[in-house]
Ligand binder design. Structure first.
Ligand code: GUN
Ligand code: ZN
Length: 476
């Protein structure tokens, strides 16, 4: 595979790198074998790479990013509930705990019917791929067969995925119709999904299990400790929810008096590890942030969900300041959108709400100047939002050596993005958001283009998607 044109990726949190007139060669294993950049013409970059690698031009499949197009790393969704695709957009008047009871648990339990699960999961995987999500960290349901089916579908449709069977054995919180009979059952069922994924993808190259205690209230102490033990034996990743909603936090406090915080519960039962992804972390305290950073656990920021379910605005800058790695999650259907581009946009907007909440004293003075500066600082930039969507997410799920950017040795998980193009007859061929009107505005840097994509773009701009070198989505 050979890709030619402009490539854009995050170098650091603050910095996007643009490779123009570049060529990227991808080998049969889906790995980036070589990169040639900054030559006069992309065709020259191609010629150089073919010579360097000794590849035969006739045998290479070439994709060119034309004018107004660029290659960008595939998005990483660090937290999404596949079964909930079926009720995306339906969150009613409720907040977390009654939303779970009213909408979520009935929906999830109904997917024990495998024909329903197949329909919902196929559409979920297809739709997220079409939005450029090349890696998804999924919650499935408690049903083993349906969870295994989700893993099968990700593998066959080519989406890199962590697939977790939701573990929930606490009879006081989970409804009778939707829970594990015991902690032993939780562990047995989880093991069955691990065995299945090992049988379909022995190296867990594309599809990997992830240990999934749903959240502290849904699990017994034995189940949490058992899953932690399983993590220590297998080094499999862990995902759960933390501190999303004030009612939930009260519940955790009353249920686990032995711990002094929500994070403390997970730590006590061995679940705070460097391979743990904690969704939300909206209301965590200074002490909890310190503990999470110390354990090396990651946070999945889910801005669409946090607004939809009125959970609260999570503070990305504040978490970064404390040394916590952060990625983005759609948390569908707590969040209504399957798009990580949308999550990145909403992360930028929510950070502005956090900024607006910073009080600037009236009458000027040094204190006011400081607060104004702080307001500016907490606002996420375009570069930072796109970092969260790609490399930040890759770090969260422990794949930073493989995905999230374009370096030799990394895997080709990428999307071809096309901004608006005016066709010869003057009609818009693409989703138009005012690109290319340079003669009207007199400007359009590549930075501007990325900003326009972040704030105005959607799946219509994503023309092709690859995972590990395999073309997994092509827009008609
Ligand atoms: N906490 C426990 N389960 C869930 C869920 O399905 N969605 C969200 N947003 N929070 C949860
Ligand atoms: Zn969630």
């Amino acid at each position: 595979l050979l890709l030619l044109g402009t490539f854009v990726h995050s170098k650091t949190q603050q910095h996007l790198e643009f490779l123009h007139n570049a060529a990227v060669a991808v080998d049969e294993q889906g790995k980036i074998a070589a990169i040639e950049r900054d030559v006069a013409e992309a065709s020259e970059a191609q010629a150089r790479l073919l010579t360097q690698l000794g590849w035969d031009e006739a045998e290479v499949d070439v994709t060119v990013a034309a004018e107004g197009q660029f290659f960008f790393p595939g998005f990483v969704d660090t937290h999404i509930h596949a079964p909930q695709y079926a009720n995306a957009g339906i969150f009613g008047k409720s907040s977390l705990l009654d939303w779970l009871e009213t909408y979520t648990f009935p929906l999830e339990s109904s997917l024990a019917d495998l024909s329903k699960a197949r329909r919902v999961y196929t559409r979920c995987v297809r739709r997220t791929l079409s939005h450029g999500t090349t890696t998804a960290t999924y919650y499935a349901t408690i049903d083993v067969a349906a969870t295994n089916l989700l893993a099968d579908l990700c593998l066959s449709m080519g989406q890199r995925a962590f697939v977790g069977r939701a573990c929930m054995d606490n009879p006081d919180v989970n409804p009778d119709y939707y829970r594990d009979a015991s902690a032993a059952e939780t562990l047995r069922a989880t093991q069955q999904t691990i065995d299945h994924m090992r049988s379909i993808d022995p190296g867990f190259d594309i599809v990997s299990p992830i240990l999934t205690p749903r959240f502290a209230p849904s699990c017994s102490r034995e189940a949490m400790a058992g899953l932690a033990q399983l993590h220590r034996e297998t080094n499999l990743p862990i995902q759960t929810h933390i501190s999303e909603n004030l009612g939930e936090i009260q519940l955790v406090k009353s249920m686990f008096p032995e711990a002094d915080s929500y994070a403390g519960v997970y730590d006590k039962y061995g679940l705070l590890t460097p391979k743990t992804v904690l969704a939300h972390a909206v209301h965590i305290s200074e002490e909890e942030a310190e503990l999470i950073a110390h354990r090396g656990s990651k946070v999945s920021h889910c801005p669409c969900s946090n607004t939809s379910l009125t959970s609260g605005p999570a503070r990305v800058r504040w978490m970064w300041d404390r040394g916590i790695d952060v990625g983005l999650g759609t948390d569908m259907s707590g969040g209504y959108s399957p798009s990580i581009l949308d999550a990145a946009r909403q992360a930028a907007l929510v950070s502005r709400h956090v900024a607006m909440g910073i009080h600037v004293p009236e009458g000027g003075g040094a204190a006011a100047v400081e607060q104004e500066k702080e307001r500016e600082r907490v606002k996420l930039t375009v570069e930072e939002a796109l970092y969260l969507a790609t490399r930040g997410g890759a770090r969260c799920v422990g794949l930073e050596d493989k995905i999230g950017g374009f370096e030799v040795g990394m895997e080709w998980d990428a999307q071809l993005v096309s901004l608006s193009q005016v066709s010869d007859d003057g009609g818009m061929e693409e989703h138009d958001h005012g690109h290319g009107l340079v003669d009207v505005f007199g400007w359009e840097s590549w930075g501007d283009r990325l900003a326009k994509w972040l704030y105005n773009g959607d799946d219509r701009n994503t023309k092709r998607v690859w995972v590990k070198g395999r073309l997994v989505h092509k827009r008609k």
